[in-house]
Design a protein around this ligand. Structure first.
Ligand code: BT5
Length: 327
């Protein structure tokens, strides 16, 4: 309820040519008292909105903060499905946990859960994703794709492509991908993807695409105990990224790629992903199921499994951690 009041106030500011909106006008439009309006204005100020009050003219929005409010994101959303419903949280354990629970409870496809900070951000295999507040993006998308469970891993490639294209939208950087779920800048990990699924033998109930991206975190705050060196977009470009702009563009990219996926299937995603993969053809090491495999990266198959050419033939790997081979 409070969110929708704030949303309406922000919409009024955006749609008024003079920029001034009187307290009486807001109170009439919202059907609430002047005191309730004042409280909402104060709440917006607390969130970082700079709102001036001019006697006999009203309120005017001077500057919006870079906060991830559902109302701001919805205003920028243009998609058919992903981003039409957004739930933003200040602090949560993990957006994936929240989105999976909402999926179990029957929430609609396309719902997006975003948190400013995570206290138990998840990586693969019980690992954690370091998620400081106010600087990065932690987002989960709930989907109900009409595919067999075995085909659902292809959606990791959809998230990877959406992230790469959004990085290109906001910068001159050249992102690379590393199988199965990493996005790198200059060989350092800038984003990690974690897809989770609820399924029956021959039916997907729902899939959650979890995306964590280091946008503005600076070097001193980056995790040091990491399997792979880490970076952020701001470190690479030397300037801050608008979280609001990045998120809005990412939701558009996810929406357009998912719409295409529903029509064309997963192969175009895999082909587009391979174009961002610099390790194809190179010697790699893969840690999987207590084994280390050495060989040449031969590509990915239609299910998104990794193909490695070894002295014993081509190995098909479904899960593991890839590194360029040590010379
Ligand atoms: C991943 O796992 O890379 C998947 C990360 C997915 C995070 C998102 S955030 C939104 C959504 N909600 C969640 O709870 N999760 C998803 P993996 O490949 O296992 O990599 C995890 C490893 O990356 C850790 O063990 C660390 O070594 C390293 N790491 C942790 N936090 C990092 C960070 N912020 N930046 C770079 N590397 C990090």
């Amino acid at each position: 309820m409070t969110t929708s009041l704030r949303e309406t106030i922000l919409q009024l500011f955006r749609s008024t040519p003079t920029g001034f909106v009187s307290g009486a006008q807001i109170s009439r439009t919202l059907g609430v008292s002047r005191t309730a309006v004042w409280k909402q204005i104060e709440k917006l100020r607390e969130l970082g909105y700079c709102i001036e009050a001019v006697p006999s003219k009203g309120y005017r929005l001077m500057q919006s903060p870079d906060v991830l409010l559902a109302e701001e994101l919805s205003a920028g959303a243009s998609g058919q499905l992903i981003g039409c419903r957004i739930r933003t949280l200040e602090t949560t354990d993990s957006t994936n946990l929240q989105a999976m629970a909402l999926g179990d409870a029957g929430a609609p496809e396309g719902l997006v859960v975003i948190a400013d900070r995570q206290t138990a951000g998840k990586g693969r295999l019980g690992r954690s994703w370091i998620s400081p507040g106010g600087v990065n993006l932690y987002l989960s998308v709930l989907l109900r794709p009409p595919v067999l469970p075995a085909a659902a891993p292809q959606l990791t490639f959809l998230s990877a492509l959406a992230v790469c294209r959004t990085i290109e939208d906001v910068s001159d950087l050249q992102p690379q991908v590393k199988w199965p779920n990493d996005i790198l800048l200059g060989g350092r990990k800038v984003a990690g993807l974690l897809n989770e699924m609820s399924s029956e033998t021959d039916r997907v109930n729902h899939v959650v695409l979890g995306i964590g991206i280091n946008l503005n975190v600076m070097r001193a705050e980056l995790p040091t105990q990491v399997r792979y060196p880490a970076t952020s977009i701001a470190i690479e470009t030397g300037r801050p990224v608008s979280r609001l702009e990045f998120t809005t563009l990412l939701l558009r990219r996810l929406d357009e790629l998912y719409a295409a996926y529903l029509v064309e299937g997963g192969r175009p995603l895999l082909t587009a992903w391979e174009a961002y993969c610099e390790l194809t053809g190179q010697m790699i090491e893969v840690d999987c199921q207590q084994r280390r495999i050495h060989g040449q990266m031969a590509g990915i198959d239609d299910d998104g499994a990794l193909l490695v050419k070894t002295s014993a033939g081509v190995e098909r790997i479904l899960a593991g951690d890839v590194r360029p081979a040590r010379r």
